[in-house]
Design a protein around this ligand. Sequence first.
Ligand code: HEC
Length: 135
Amino acid sequence: MDNNRQVQVKDSMIRLHPIAQRFLLLATLLWTTVFSAQETDPVSGLIKAEGWEVVQSTCTECHAALLITQNAGNRSVWESRIRWMQETQGLRLLAPDEEQTILDYLAISYPQKAATRRAALPAQQMPSNPYEAED
Ligand code: HEC
């Protein structure tokens, strides 16, 4: 009896094995798909999408890439940041195709977030205003 049960248990473990293997394969595939989609460069932290090397070599000369990776914006927001750095921070003029590559990369990899700030508090939850006129 006991021997029989042991054999049954072993048998069912063997039969379960290919299913477990399939789960493992599926989990591995999912894991690699999710993580290769957002693969980042370990040094700069930049997402390794098309054009990332151009951004790394052009945009990490004066400041860390963190300034880029923690920012978000649509194409025109990114363009205005580049213009601001060119006008006030000494960023050189970029060749048109170089600028295209950089803007494409930034707008795709660091796009505008749906919401970056919480909504304002309702008036009754605001602290009292110390500058409010007293009559
Ligand atoms: C010539 C130097 C220089 C280069 C090259 C440069 N930047 Fe900057 N960038 C600056 C300076 C200076 C600041 C302001 C840093 C600070 O506020 O501490 C800045 C700030 C930023 C900011 C933050 C802006 C904000 O609104 O707070 C972003 C984003 C940025 N740079 C992206 C880039 C990108 C993308 C590139 C490549 C196209 C680039 N930078 C290349 C000098 C440079």
